[in-house]
Write a protein that binds this ligand. Structure first.
Ligand code: BDP
Length: 684
C-alpha cells in the first residue's frame, strides 16, 4: 500500500517532467562488480526500480560506459574517474558521494559516484529524491558527506514480539522468543533506513531480559547473522544491546566484575564468536546501573571500568561500545530535596572524562530528564571534552502523544542540535560536539529510538513517518532546516499540490507547540499517567521514587534548580547559560518551571502571569487540536481515502483527548491557586 511504501513511494511523474528526465536516465552504466558487491547491487536495483516507477519506462543497462547517459559507481572505477575532476573526487569522504552533470564527447552525462559502494547507494537515493521532489538534474553539482559517522537507530524490541514504548504494532524482528523467519519486512525496513542514509541499527531493547541475554551466544548468533546480512546489503551495521550480567546469566560465572580475569576472558570469547558469525558486527549498546539493570557498581567499579572492558574485547575486530548516560537513582526518597535527577548524568560521567577507551562512545539523551515535551539541553554535552559522545533522541512518541497525537519532533531536535554549549567558546553546538568535530574525537553521532513496528504504515500515525524521515535527514546533515525537511517529506509522501504541501507542512511544524500547549506547562514535565505515560495525571509522579516532581502547592509551582536556593543544577552549564537559567528575570519562559519555583502570580516575559498562561495555553491548545482536524478535512479528495481516513481518525482522537488534558490541568491549578481565569471560561 501507499502507506507501507512511505518515502520509497515513487509516484509516476507527469509526462513533460518525465520526458525531461528521461534523456539522462534511460541508459545506465553501472561500474564495478555489481554481482559480487551486495551494496552496489542494492544501489543498482534501487535506481532501476525508482526510475522505472517514476518515468514509467524501464531504463536500459548498457555494457559500455560510452553508450550511457547516467553512470553510477565508485570513484576509483576508470569510467567514472575519467569524467570527474580529481580535486572534486578528493572532497568525497568514505560515505559521501557526488552527483555531477558533465559534458563528455559532446554529450551530457550524469555521474553518481561515491568513494565506497555505500556512497554510491546514498548517491542513488539522493538522486531519486531529486526526482521525487521534482528538482532539476541537467546541471547537477552536488557533493555530500555525512556530518556524523554513526547514524543509528535503537530498537527497544523484545524477543517476545513486544516493543517497549512502541506505538505501531509489534516487532518486525521477533515473535514468541524467536526471530521471525520471513525477513522481507526487515529488508523493506533496511531500504527505508538507507534511503535516509542511516547506517547502524541496534535490534534489541536496552533493557535486556532473559532471552535477549542469549543473543550473543551460539543459540541465536546464526539468526542474528541472517538479519545482519539483510542490513549489510543496505550499508547498515548491526549492533546488539547487552546485559552487563551476561557472564553470570548466560555464562555460568559467579561474577560480572569487569576487572575479573575470567569475566574479561568470557567477553573476549563472546566477541570472537560473534565475529565468526557476523564479520562486520558493529558492537554493543549498554544500559548499566540504571532502572534496575546490572552494572559495574555492584562490584565497586565505575562505568569506565565496565565500558573499557567491553571495548577491549571488541577492539581486535573493529567493534565499538556505546555506553548510555541515562543513569540516575530511580529509588530516591521524594521527601529528600537534596537529590536532583536532572543532575545525575553529569555528576556520574563528567568525573570520568578522559578515562574511556577510544572505542567507547557515551550516548547522552537530549535532555537531563527523559524525553519530555520540553527540557533544556543536557549539560553533559558541554561537560566532556576528552570522550566520544552521541546524541540520543526519542523518535517514538512516549511522552509526546504515543502516535495518537500529532507531534512532529524535528523542530524540537533542531533546537537541541543548534544549542550552543559554549564548551570551547561561542559556536560549540551540540551538533559539532557529537560529530566529534569540536574536540577532534574519532567517533560520534546520533542515535534515535525507533517509532516503527509491524503496523501496515510502520508508525501507527501515518504522519509520524515524518519523524523517522526527519531524524535520518538530520543525522546526515544537522544544518538542514525543519522547513526543508518537512517540505521534502510532504512532497514525497503526498505529492505536489500546493494546498496539500502547505497545509500538511504547517500542521507538522506547529504540532509540537500545540501539544505543548495543552500538556505540562512551562517545562515542568511529568504530568502523565505513571507507567504507560499516556494522558494527564497531575500528581501521578509527585510522591513517588522516580525523581520527577513539580512541587505545586497553593502558593506556586516549579523546581528550584538554582545554585542560590535550589539544587544547584544550573551550575552544570557554561556561561552564559548558567547565569541565564539561574536568573528568574532572564530564564526563558518555556523553561521557567524547570529551573524555578514561582508563585502563580509571577509575570512571564510574555506579560502574563503563570496561572493565566496555563489557562490560556490549555484553552488555545484544545482549539488548535480541533483546527488540525479541520485543516486535514480541507484536503479530503486530495489524498487517497485510506491514508486520509487513517489520519483523520487519529486527529479526532487527539482533539478529544486534548480536552481531557485541558480540563485536568486547568482544574488542578484552579483548585491549587484559587485564582480565577481572567476570561471567565469554564474550569471544573
Ligand atoms: C524511559 C522509558 C523506559 C526506558 C528508559 C531508557 O520510559 O521504558 O527503558 O527511558 O531510556 O524513557 O532506558
Amino acid at each position: 500500500s501507499t502507506a507501507y511504501q512511505a518515502w520509497l513511494r515513487y509516484e509516476k511523474l507527469p509526462a513533460e517532467l518525465a520526458e525531461a528526465y528521461v534523456q539522462l536516465c534511460s541508459k545506465i552504466y553501472a561500474a564495478g562488480n555489481v554481482a559480487e558487491d551486495p551494496v552496489l547491487r542494492s544501489a543498482q536495483e534501487e535506481l532501476l526500480e525508482g526510475l522505472q516507477a517514476m518515468l514509467g519506462q524501464q531504463p536500459e543497462l548498457t555494457d559500455t560506459a560510452g553508450d550511457a547517459a547516467l553512470l553510477a559507481g565508485t570513484l576509483d572505477e576508470p569510467e567514472i574517474a575519467g569524467l570527474i575532476d580529481k580535486d572534486e573526487a578528493a572532497k568525497v569522504d568514505e560515505e559521501g558521494y557526488l552527483l555531477h552533470t558533465v559534458i563528455s564527447g559532446g554529450s551530457r552525462k550524469l555521474v553518481i559516484a561515491g568513494t565506497t559502494s555505500k556512497g554510491v547507494l546514498y548517491g542513488v537515493f539522493h538522486f531519486l529524491r531529486i526526482l521525487q521532489t521534482r528538482g532539476r538534474i541537467d546541471n547537477l553539482s552536488v557533493i555530500e558527506n555525512p556530518a556524523n559517522k554513526l547514524r543509528m537507530i535503537n530498537h527497544w524490541d523484545n524477543m517476545d514480539g513486544s516493543i517497549e514504548r512502541g506505538y505501531a504494532g509489534e516487532s518486525i524482528f521477533y515473535r514468541d522468543h524467536a526471530f521471525i523467519e520471513d525477513l522481507s519486512r526487515i529488508r523493506d525496513y533496511a531500504r527505508l533506513m538507507a534511503a535516509v542514509q542511516l547506517n547502524a541499527v541496534v535490534i534489541n531493547n536496552v533493557n535486556v531480559h532473559e532471552t535477549e541475554t542469549k543473543l550473543i551466544t551460539k543459540e541465536f548468533l546464526p539468526q542474528v547473522a541472517r538479519v545482519a546480512e539483510v542490513f549489510r546489503a543496505y550499508g547498515i551495521r548491526l549492533y546488539l544491546s547487552i546485559n552487563f550480567a551476561a557472564p553470570i546469566q548466560a555464562g555460568g560465572l559467579e561474577t560480572a566484575d569487569p576487572l575479573d580475569p575470567q569475566v574479561r576472558r568470557w567477553w573476549q570469547d563472546r566477541a570472537k564468536e560473534i565475529y565468526e558469525h557476523v564479520p562486520d558486527f558493529g558492537g554493543f549498546l549498554v544500559k548499566a546501573d540504571s532502572e534496575h539493570r546490572p552494572g559495574p557498581f555492584t562490584y565497586g567499579r565505575d562505568h569506565a571500568d565496565g565500558a573499557n572492558m567491553l571495548a577491549e574485547a571488541l577492539e581486535p575486530y573493529g567493534g565499538i561500545v556505546i555506553w548510555r548516560c541515562f543513569v540516575y537513582n530511580c529509588m530516591q526518597d521524594w521527601r529528600d530535596r537534596s537529590t536532583d535527577r536532572a543532575k545525575a548524568a553529569y555528576d556520574h560521567f563528567r568525573p570520568l572524562d578522559g578515562r574511556f577507551h577510544e572505542r567507547v562512545i557515551l550516548q547522552i539523551k537530549n535532555g537531563p530528564m527523559d524525553f519530555q515535551v520540553r527540557e533544556p539541553v543536557s549539560p553533559l554535552f558541554g561537560g566532556l571534552t576528552r570522550t566520544n559522545q552521541m546524541l540520543e533522541l526519542q523518535i517514538t512518541q512516549e511522552y509526546t502523544g504515543q502516535q495518537i497525537h500529532l507531534c512532529y519532533l524535528v523542530p524540537q531536535w533542531k533546537e537541541v542540535v543548534d544549542f550552543d554549549t559554549y564548551a570551547a567558546g561561542e559556536g560549540s553546538t551540540v551538533a559539532r560536539t557529537v560529530s566529534g568535530e569540536l574536540f577532534n574525537r574519532p567517533l560520534g553521532g546520533f542515535a534515535g529510538v525507533a517509532n516503527i513496528g509491524n503496523d501496515e504504515n510502520w508508525t501507527g500515525h501515518l504522519l509520524a513517518q515524518a519523524n523517522f524521515y526527519g531524524y535520518g535527514r538530520l543525522a546526515w546533515k544537522p544544518t538542514l532546516t525543519s522547513e526543508e525537511i518537512t517540505d521534502e517529506w510532504v512532497r514525497i509522501t503526498f505529492g505536489h499540490d500546493p494546498q496539500v504541501v502547505e497545509t500538511i507542512s504547517r500542521m507538522l511544524l506547529e504540532s509540537w507547540s500545540i501539544y505543548e500547549n495543552y500538556t505540562a506547562p512551562l517545562g515542568v514535565g511529568w504530568m502523565v499517567n505513571p507507567g504507560h505515560h499516556y494522558g494527564p495525571n497531575v500528581d501521578g509522579y509527585e510522591y513517588s521514587r522516580w525523581g520527577t516532581y513539580h512541587f505545586a502547592d497553593c502558593h506556586g509551582i516549579g523546581v528550584d534548580r538554582t545554585v542560590k536556593t535550589g539544587t544547584g543544577y544550573t551550575a552544570q552549564y557554561h556561561e552564559p547559560h548558567a547565569s541565564r537559567y539561574e536568573s528568574l528575570e532572564e530564564c526563558p519562559d518555556e523553561l521557567l518551571l524547570f529551573f524555578h519555583h514561582v508563585p502563580y502570580t509571577h509575570v512571564l516575559h510574555s506579560g502574563k502571569t503563570v496561572i493565566q498562561h496555563i489557562y490560556d495555553t490549555h484553552f488555545e491548545g484544545v482549539e488548535q487540536a480541533a483546527e488540525l482536524v479541520e485543516r486535514w478535512r480541507s484536503l479530503e479528495g486530495k489524498i487517497d481515502a485510506e491514508r486520509y481516513e487513517s489520519v483523520l481518525e487519529r486527529l479526532l482522537e487527539q482533539a478529544e483527548h486534548a480536552k481531557e488534558w485541558r480540563d485536568v490541568i486547568n482544574t488542578y491549578f484552579y483548585r491549587k491557586s484559587g485564582i480565577a481565569d481572567q476570561h471567565g471560561r469554564k474550569i471544573y
